[in-house]
Each structure stands twice: as structure tokens, then as C-alpha cells.
Design a protein around this ligand. Structure first.
Ligand code: BTN
Length: 238
């Protein structure tokens, strides 16, 4: 991986996307100390003060668009391992689709952006990762925390190095062995139980019933039926 360190930028995802469109080969990492227009999921923003980690990795997986989501599970596992490394005794969990929780509070964010498919495969994929190292937003959709608030002494550079090593590991596993070992590892670290899934046009309540082979959330509804959810916001508790 080749790391481009920037003091400040609008969004590392936007930078990686521009590089992708200009023909940059796979493996570029854009890292910034702060962002002025950080992007979150579902068109939301991402508060990006100095002290937290902001990075984007450019990949060229040559896979069909429906398989790109697998990469977010590799990234979520890498974030999990980097966070657990900084907080060895803390209760770290994964929450669908790709949040990492410490004590039930969100400590990171992951945003995948892909180029429009050409000949059935995507030309590039950008994996954008934010980890709350020193700060966490007070006003957010979910309860949030940071490594510092949980008692870790790690700084951004330590977390970046750990994250890149774990990304390399989980991407190798995905490429060598496919999605199955990632799905298994993800499920072993996942928060389960009663879930409310908020979709753009509907809300479903049910019990977490696993992940399908495309990484969609399986939700068992009260009538016993199983619903596969591809995108949405998930909340725990009845
Ligand atoms: C979420 O809403 O949970 C996803 C947030 C993703 C934020 C990261 S920070 C680095 C990269 N650059 C961006 O503009 N967004 C992602």
C-alpha cells in the first residue's frame, strides 16, 4: 500500500475517487489529519476534527457490483481488530452493516464507493474508514464513543498502522478463500438480538438471524418469515 498523507482535505473518499478516475493503480491509501466535508453513509456527513483517523483505500477488485459489499466485511473485521488491539479488555462488537461498537457505542464508520460497472465489473472501489481516536460526536444518530473515551492511549499513527496491517490480512483472506471465512468471523463478533431496521420506505422489527452469502442482513419477523435486507439503519432493543 502507498500512503498519501494530507494535513487537511475535503474528503479522503473524494480524493481516492479522483485518483481512481485518473487511472491510479490499486493500493493507494489517502490519509488526512482532518476533513472539511467528510462523507457518511446514506448521504449524511461525518464530523472530522483533528485527532481522529480518516483514510480511504483504493482497490480494483474487478468484481460484479453485487460482490463489492464483501469488501466492507473485510474492512469491518480490520477495524474491529485494530480497535480491539487498542482496547484489549473492552467489549468490541460488529453491528450490521459495518459498524464497530465498543460497549454498544459506535466508534467507527465505513463508506464504500464504487465506479459504475463496465462489462459487468466495477472499475474501482474506495473503502473509506473513520475511527474515533480522540473525539466522538455528541449529537449523532447512534450513541458514539472514542478510543480515548474508552481509556486507550493510542494515537492516530498507531491506529493507522494497525488498521493497514489488518486490512491487508482480511483482504488476503477474502481474495484467497472467498466470503465464507469472513462471514464466519463477522458472525462470531456480531451483536445479535432484537433489531429495528429502518429502510428508506419501511421499518421492520425482528430478530437477527444471520448474514446471507451476499452479506445481507437476515431478519426473522414475528410471523416467522425471513427478510433479507441489503441497506438500512439498524437499531437494537425492542
Ligand atoms: C458512516 O456514516 O458510518 C460512514 C462514515 C465514513 C467516514 C469516513 S472518514 C474517511 C472517509 N472519507 C469520507 O469522506 N468518509 C469516509
Amino acid at each position: 500500500m502507498r500512503i498519501l498523507h494530507l494535513p487537511t482535505t475535503a474528503s479522503t473518499n473524494a480524493d481516492a475517487k479522483v485518483a481512481a478516475e485518473s487511472g491510479e493503480p490499486e493500493g493507494l491509501v489517502v490519509h488526512a489529519l482532518r476533513q472539511t466535508a467528510g462523507r457518511g453513509r446514506q448521504g449524511r456527513g461525518w464530523e472530522s476534527p483533528e485527532g481522529n483517523l480518516y483514510m480511504s483505500l483504493l482497490l480494483r477488485p474487478h468484481c460484479p457490483p453485487q460482490e463489492a459489499g464483501r469488501y466492507s466485511f473485510a474492512a469491518a473485521l480490520a477495524i474491529y481488530d485494530a480497535v480491539q488491539g487498542g482496547l484489549p479488555d473492552a467489549p468490541v462488537q460488529l453491528k450490521w452493516p459495518n459498524d464497530v461498537l465498543v460497549g454498544g457505542k459506535k466508534i467507527s464508520g465505513l463508506l464504500l464507493e464504487a465506479g459504475a460497472a463496465e462489462g459487468g465489473v466495477i472499475p474501482w472501489l474506495v473503502i473509506g474508514i473513520g475511527i474515533n481516536v480522540r473525539h466522538h460526536p455528541e449529537q449523532a444518530l447512534y450513541p458514539t464513543t472514542s478510543l480515548a473515551a474508552e481509556g486507550a492511549a493510542a494515537d492516530v499513527e498507531d491506529v493507522l498502522q494497525a488498521l493497514l496491517a489488518w486490512l491487508d490480512h482480511w483482504l488476503k483472506v477474502l481474495r484467497a478463500e472467498g466470503f465464507s471465512p469472513l462471514r464466519q468471523a463477522w458472525l462470531a463478533r456480531a451483536r445479535t438480538g432484537v433489531i429495528t431496521a429502518r429502510l428508506p420506505n419501511a421499518i421492520f422489527e425482528g430478530t437477527f438471524a444471520g448474514l446471507d452469502d451476499q452479506g445481507r442482513l437476515c431478519l426473522q419477523l414475528s410471523d416467522g418469515s425471513l427478510r433479507h435486507i441489503a441497506a438500512g439503519d439498524v437499531f437494537f432493543g425492542a
